[in-house]
Design a protein around this ligand. Structure first.
Ligand code: SF4
Length: 358
């Protein structure tokens, strides 16, 4: 059975090459061809001798998912539905689909990738939650989403790439594969993306935040907060009963920020639920003394029983934060015409009665 190489670290590729009786440094060359040059066919890895390329063709494989569906938004973003074989999960994995979103903008592209198929966290405003957890993704499957979308847009790439781990799944509940993929994204000898441009978003898994704090190489951290008190957060994010706001924010305060870094708090504004000026004032006091910024995301109407906030409420909420020196930005989610809210595409694909995009 050929060995899957996508997702392997430089060290793993060196060891694997040595296990074949080849010099270990060939593993380093393979790593460079795969991630820095983004060559996915052994025949194109011209930094390796021809005989070795042929041998690799027999002994190994590099599996990039095919693009099952691509939905182009009028705002320029594209959403990809990527089927994942059972084969990539070392024998135990179930077939699954994940989504990735490619968002071009001035001077950069932002790629949103998934770390699990489905999710067990059960946030009430998230369609992925309705799938439950299908399975964890491997490091290769996580990385492949960035590689496939970059390859599909090869002719029009901007100089800078941002990657956000904000698609399906809770990254800190699939910790090792997620971090293995992140290390390859951040490695100057691989995809060479700056740590300033890779963001991991968590629903607030405190042990995962504490583990991430110990990593030498790590992405930026965003915390999906979405509430100004425990009762509110318990109702929309049941994970709060396990890791309540005080415990979560204590872990955030201990988190060792780099000099250039701040924590990002995501706050989905749900009309009539968490969008009042009192909520904003409570949020200010929760975040007091932290080097933090807040992204306010007005809810998009959809399948779930929530309402969009009034425009005036959004502006008032932002103004309360800014007046108290908490940097706050309103982020409208892109690709609204292509079901771009978290998990929507996979849910729609599994329910053919609903309309699909182009
Ligand atoms: S918002 Fe994120 S953590 Fe919450 S259920 Fe959806 S995918 Fe999971």
């Amino acid at each position: 059975m050929p060995v899957e190489l996508l997702g392997k670290s430089q060290q793993e590729l060196r060891e694997w090459m040595a296990s074949l009786g080849e010099p270990a440094y060939r593993g380093g060359q393979l790593y460079h061809a795969l991630y820095a040059e983004r060559r996915f066919a052994f025949a194109e890895m011209t930094n390796l001798p021809a005989a070795l390329r042929e041998r690799l063709g027999r002994e190994a494989t590099i599996t990039l998912p095919a693009i099952a569906r691509k939905y182009n938004s009028t705002d320029g973003s594209a959403r990809y539905l990527l089927p994942l074989d059972a084969g990539q999960g070392e024998g135990r994995a179930r077939p699954a689909s994940v989504e990735a979103v490619f968002m071009p903008s001035e001077g950069r592209q932002t790629i949103c990738i998934s770390t699990q198929a489905g999710c067990a966290v059960d946030c009430k405003f998230c369609l992925t939650a309705t799938l439950g957890l299908v399975r964890n993704l491997t490091a290769g499957e996580i990385l492949a989403q960035a590689l496939v979308t970059l390859a599909d847009n090869q002719g029009s790439l901007a100089p800078r790439t941002n990657v956000v781990l904000m698609g399906q799944g809770e990254p800190l509940l699939n910790y090792e594969p997620t971090m293995a993929a992140v290390r390859i994204l951040l490695d100057p000898n691989a995809l060479a993306i700056s740590p300033r441009h890779v963001t991991l978003s968590t629903s607030g898994i405190v042990p995962g935040i504490e583990r991430l704090a110990l990593e030498k190489v790590r992405p930026k951290l965003a915390v999906s907060l979405n509430a100004s008190n425990d009762a509110q957060r318990d109702a929309i994010m049941p994970i709060n009963r396990k890791y309540p706001i005080a415990e979560l924010l204590a872990a955030c305060r201990r988190y060792p920020l780099r000099p250039w870094e701040h924590l990002t708090f995501e706050y989905v504004l749900l009309g009539g639920v968490n969008d009042s000026a009192d909520d904003a004032r409570r949020l200010v006091s929760l975040l007091s003394g932290m080097r933090a910024k807040v992204n306010l995301i007005p809810w998009n109407p959809g399948e779930l029983p929530f309402h969009s906030p009034a425009e005036a409420a959004v502006e008032e909420f932002r103004a309360v934060l800014v007046r108290k020196d908490v940097p706050a930005f309103v982020r409208y989610s892109r690709g609204q015409d292509i079901f771009a809210a978290c998990g929507q595409l996979a849910v729609i694909e599994s329910a053919p009665a609903l309309p699909a995009g182009n």
